[in-house]
Design a protein around this ligand. Structure first.
Ligand code: C5P
Length: 231
């Protein structure tokens, strides 16, 4: 395949308040990682999938990946590698496992477990069309305040200039690898690194279903979205 999808699942997810890592928390009978993989395996083209798992859960992640590909036949190769202590290190480990023929790389958070396959396809299509970085984002609907250390409001940020961004984030492979190799600063997403390296990154319309499961409330909401409609 010429497209690689790195699914990072090596975080501890302490804000979820569970004893085991977030990607291995269950939701309606499947782990968050399995839900995320079902979305990726539903893409319209064959892709190489690399799961980045906590060091002590590589075997478990292999079993989860096998279950997901049995449920929704994966069209391309799937592998599991161990992650690092930061998200960025985990992405680096994933990049190192890409097959030689991969030209476009998507980096996806397992925590965005309900991300639709269609969003992954749209990111790939937009990277192909533009030759540049593409990330999904949603308009911000809340009024956003800048606040100081004592919670006093300083000003209101113009929300027309804001986008709440999601994953999968897609890039030409060479651009993403170069940005990861040259920038040591810690960033919370890949687009920040690629932009800091001087490359254009565009936002396309994201999906409300691609929200990141971070808090117990997010997990509850995801459960409601997956539950069969009453009646
Ligand atoms: O912590 P946060 O919610 O920003 O993590 C986003 C994603 O990055 C999660 O899917 C998490 O598993 C992953 N991650 C990782 N390795 C780390 C930290 C986070 O793969 N060391």
């Amino acid at each position: 395949p010429t497209v690689g999808v790195i699914v990072v699942a090596a975080g501890s997810g302490t804000r979820l308040g569970r004893s085991h890592p977030k990607a291995f928390v269950h939701l309606q009978g499947r782990t968050l990682l399995e839900h995320a993989l079902l979305g990726v395996f539903g893409m319209s083209e064959a892709v190489q999938v690399i799961v980045v798992a906590p060091e002590d859960r590589v075997g478990e992640a292999r079993a989860v990946a096998a279950d997901a590909s049995a449920a929704r036949e994966a069209l391309g190769p799937v592998s599991v590698v161990a992650g690092g202590t930061t998200r960025q290190q985990s992405v680096d480990r994933g990049l190192a496992a890409l097959d030689a023929e991969v030209e476009i790389v998507l980096v996806h958070d397992a925590a965005r477990a309900l991300t639709p396959s269609d969003l992954c396809d749209r990111v790939v299509a937009a990277v192909r069309a533009t030759g540049a970085g593409v990330i999904p984002g949603l308009a911000v609907v809340d009024t956003i305040k800048r606040v100081d250390a004592s919670d006093l409001i300083l000003d209101t940020v113009d929300r027309a200039e804001l986008s709440a961004v999601q994953t999968p984030q897609g890039f030409p492979r060479a651009v993403l690898v170069a940005a990861h190799d040259t920038l040591a600063d810690e960033a919370t997403d890949d687009a920040a690194l690629v932009a800091a390296a001087g490359h254009a990154v565009r936002v396309i319309e994201g999906s409300p279903l691609a929200f990141k499961i971070t808090t117990p409330n997010d997990l509850e909401r995801a459960g409601l979205l997956l539950a069969p409609a009453p009646g």
